[in-house]
Write a protein that binds this ligand. Structure first.
Ligand SMILES: Nc1ncnc2c1ncn2[C@@H]1O[C@H](COP(=O)(O)OP(=O)(O)O)[C@@H](O)[C@H]1O
Ligand SMILES: [Mg+2]
Length: 682
């Protein structure tokens, strides 16, 4: 009796595992079953052309001794006559060798295609043409490259996304629960408290990072999930597990669309539908289990013990090693593509079905009435995502976590600023009671203003682990650029607004900025024995602070406005040098020609220098010897002689503030209107 019972229990358990592989008890929690209704994605007769030379800018063409208009790009068909239809509850895999157009297709669906042109066809999401707004709302897109903040742990990364992307009616406990669910589902528990890392910072393994990227998108429980080669770079066990997870998610009423290179056989079996792409044309679109019978009917049976996906991907791959072979492969692929088009031309859903089974097609599990009513409430509530102020507070915390976690780098930066300060300070050390001469003091004051940004630059270089000795302001651009790719993705995903990011970035960096300016300017000041009155020190410090801040704002603007690190670094240097030269030290303001003197009005070096001179010299008596007569001259006359006392002291502060604000506004405009492009996007 007991054994019978046991057997029954085991068999029922196995059955449950079989049928409920996709819906365990946990699955009924808020996360696993998508209750937002049935989605449908349709691609109709899509043709897409890319200009293979389009991404080469005109100025690079000049280097090939070709005039921009003389160089016609090579138009290449990336996708031709492609139609497909997927619904919630299904997982469709786009399979094909590298360069067959998988990424292009996913990018067209998610409105992220660049450099190409859709010559015909349409993409419909639930019957409506895909627009960036619609995509942002309904599709989660996991890209081929991971963009995550390196110093946050896996759990923190997900917790921040949960705060940003889950509707406001979620309680903190529900958010935590969701994070736990996703961590468990993607098997990230063992590394939940490990840093994410990146190319430079050691963190979780590459496969785990991939899963974190997927988790970030899964968190907000999208109805449609699109993944570009999620299994590439994973070991086969992890890849298998990942696809099982995706399959479970599909069973939970989601639509999953993914691209894969060449899946192993047990992964292949998990797909509901597959599209086999060859040079952008579908060679097969239909149920995974029918693929072998389709090709067998065409005279290409799959050999025994051979993985069908391997065999058929090899069959349709284009061998470009020689012209003859290429022509042969292209011919075979186009014949297969035409045969397929013929075989599905009378079907409505563009899916090949074996004749005897065509009737019993599984229908999309349509939402019940109850689910329908839920759809309405959920979608209404989902619209209420955190407001801009809330986004700002979340982002600033994330920024602090990521930056201040990296204590070693911060200490290195601080040490560098200190070293710089000590080097200069000791050069002027030892004047004692006699004080520095007028000439030395003027040179020192100019150096304080010109060198501080340089120290900041060094900080950023260390931060980015790129050593470019002598490249001023490079640090800041590095920082801007490493963040830029992430910003590009997150803004595209609609995770937060530019305004929230802008304020979080600017305010988040302030404490670091203050500490470094202090570490830099304090030792120099006392070592060189400048004016000891506390008010003079404070006024001087404020000027140094504003000057460094101006160069920081300038660097941020240049990094956001220009496309590549090299161009930003070059422009930043050029601007910095122009301001340096027109600062009033290298050449007297009065002796500058017209344009240079205009520029000097916006040169933060000039205003900082002018302010510092006034602060130091006013009221200080300096002995001046002419022949045998020594007279004590008020320092302010020296400043007057240099034409640096034309405006009152407060105007120096006001102009510096104005320049800071000006660069900040330019930075904001660049963030808002210049597409923050990831440099390695394709
Ligand atoms: N913006 C573009 N400019 C030039 N060529 C492109 C562009 N996008 C795609 N291509 C070309 O289209 C083909 C398909 O690319 P892609 O979709 O990235 O392939 P897959 O993801 O399947 O490896 C490739 O030959 C690629 O060089
Ligand atoms: Mg690709």
């Amino acid at each position: 009796m007991d054994t019978d019972d046991g057997l029954i229990r085991t068999s029922s358990l196995m059955q449950r595992q079989d049928t409920e592989l996709f819906s365990t008890e946990e699955d009924s929690s808020l996360y696993f079953t998508y209750s937002g209704g049935c989605n449908q994605l349709e691609v109709n007769d899509l043709n897409y052309e890319v200009d293979t030379a389009a991404h080469i800018p005109w100025y690079e063409r000049l280097s090939e001794f070709k005039l921009p208009w003389a160089m016609n790009g090579n138009k290449q068909k990336a996708i031709s006559n492609l139609s497909l239809r997927v619904r919630s509850g299904q997982m469709l895999a786009i399979i094909g060798s590298s360069g067959c157009g998988k990424t292009s297709l996913l990018d067209i669906i998610t409105c992220r295609d660049e450099g190409g042109e859709m010559t015909s066809g349409e993409v419909l999401i639930n019957g409506r043409p895909n627009t960036p707004q619609l995509v942002k709302k309904s599709i989660a897109h996991v890209r081929q490259d991971d963009r995550l903040l390196p110093h946050l742990t896996v759990r923190e990364t997900l917790a921040f996304v949960a705060k940003l992307r889950l509707p406001t009616h979620f309680t903190q406990a529900q958010r935590d629960q969701r994070v736990d669910n996703v961590i468990a589902e993607l098997r990230l528990r063992q590394c939940a408290h490990t840093r994410v890392g990146n190319d430079y910072v050691r963190g979780v393994s590459g496969g785990e990072r991939r899963r974190v990227s997927i988790a970030v998108q899964l968190l907000w429980n999208p109805g449609i999930l699109i993944l570009d080669e999620p299994t590439s770079g994973l070991d086969s066990f992890t890849a298998h597990n990942l696809v099982i997870t995706l399959s479970r998610l599909a069973r939970g009423n989601r639509l999953i669309l993914l691209s894969v290179h060449q899946p192993r056989s047990d992964i292949f079996q998990l797909f509901d539908l597959v599209v086999l792409l060859s040079s952008g044309s579908a060679v097969y679109c239909g149920a995974a289990r029918d693929m072998v019978s389709y090709f067998t009917s065409l005279g290409y049976p799959c050999p025994r013990y051979c993985n069908p996906s391997d065999f058929y991907v090899d069959l349709i791959s284009i061998d470009r090693r020689s012209r003859d072979r290429e022509a042969e492969c292209l011919e075979r692929a186009s014949v297969l593509a035409n045969r397929f088009l013929e075989s599905v031309q009378h079907t409505e859903d563009h899916v090949w079905k074996p004749t005897e089974r065509s009737a019993e097609q599984s229908e999309c599990p349509g939402p019940s009435d109850a689910a329908d009513s839920e759809v309405v409430t959920i979608s209404r509530q989902q619209d209420r995502l955190p407001g801009k102020l809330k986004q700002f507070t979340i982002l600033i915390r994330r920024h602090m976590y990521n930056d201040y976690r990296d204590l070693v780098t911060l200490l290195v930066h601080g040490f560098e600023a200190l070293l710089m300060s000590l080097l200069v300070g000791f050069l002027y050390f030892g004047a004692g009671e006699q004080r520095l001469s007028i000439q030395d003091t003027v040179a020192l004051l100019y150096m304080i203003g010109a060198l501080t940004p340089f120290a900041v630059v060094l900080d950023v270089i260390a931060k980015c682990k790129v050593i470019f000795p002598g490249l001023t302001s490079c640090v800041l651009f590095c920082a801007g650029h490493s963040e830029r790719a992430m910003l590009y993705h997150e803004l595209e995903d609609g995770m937060y607004s530019v305004t929230s990011y802008f304020f979080a970035k600017v305010l988040g960096e302030l404490p670091e900025h203050c500490v470094f300016t202090l570490v830099y300017s304090l030792p120099i000041y006392w070592l060189a024995g400048l004016n000891e009155a506390p008010d003079r020190f404070l006024l001087n410090f404020l000027l140094a602070w504003l000057m460094v801040y101006c160069s920081r704002a300038m660097a941020l603007f240049v990094a956001a406005a220009l496309p590549t690190l090299q161009i930003s670094a070059f422009m930043g240097n050029a601007l910095f040098t122009v301001f340096y030269l027109t600062g009033g030290f290298v050449i007297n303001i009065e002796n500058m020609w017209l344009v240079a003197s205009w520029i000097s009005y916006v040169s933060f070096m000039r205003w900082g220098f002018e302010g510092m001179l006034q602060v130091q010299f006013r009221g200080n008596k300096y002995p001046v010897t002419i022949s045998n007569i020594t007279i004590n001259v008020d320092g302010i006359h020296v400043v007057e002689a240099m034409n640096m006392n034309q405006y009152p002291l407060y105007s120096c502060y006001l102009v510096l503030l104005g320049v800071c604000l000006g660069f900040m506004v330019l930075y904001y405009i660049s963030l808002k209107f210049i597409k923050q492009k990831s440099s390695q996007d394709w």
